[in-house]
Design a protein around this ligand. Sequence first.
Ligand SMILES: [Zn+2]
Length: 251
Amino acid sequence: MTSRLYRDVGVVLRTYKLGESDRIIVFLTQDHGKVRAVAKGVRKTRSKFGGRLEPLSHVELQLHRGKDLDIVSQVESIDTTAAVFGDLDSMTEASSILEAVDQLVPDREPVPQMYRMLVGARQTLLTRPSPLVVPAFLWKLLTAEGLRPQLDQCVSCGESSDSEFVAFDFELGGVVCRSCRSGLAVSGPALVLMRDILGGRLGESLDRAFNPDGQQLNDPIINEVSQLATRAFEHHIERRLRSVSIFERHT
Ligand SMILES: [Zn+2]
């Protein structure tokens, strides 16, 4: 039986109630990808798991391999800074990130790069929370999926003059010029910010967006980049769902 026991580290993506006192916990683990496991008795007041299995918890795990669902046998917190998540803005942002990962990642398929990105985004939310964290994460996620947006020339005609870029086309996956205009309008500063996020200046951009006073500024450029990221991500998920259902119809 011991061979069915395994250890890993992971981040809790979401949880569901199961029966009277249990929960199903969905983890993104480092080595085993997305894993669904039952935490028995976790909803009892004196649970041996304490509060260590809340969404965004970063934990060391021992699991029993099951047929569909695994069983959580031990959990240790890797860091306890998650107490910061009393902050409503950060919790909303955390939920968006966890949901995006959950939607994108298939069960039991190791995705170590995605795991590293998630742990990084979690750390940023804890140390430098800002409205830029979620859109930056979504753009990086799409890029990791092989969908790096074209930001340097019109995806339709190849026009490369910056001043001509007026919109972002989600189907073609990049900026379009005035003559090819389609999709959602994009401003010059929003384009610069997206290039920074994807061009190795993510850290600087996140530093600039972080306001240590705690009050989050309503920055129109970040809002624009955020709206574009959400639309691009939804477009990707919908297209993938469509391609899966077409595939299933033909088999
Ligand atoms: Zn064009």
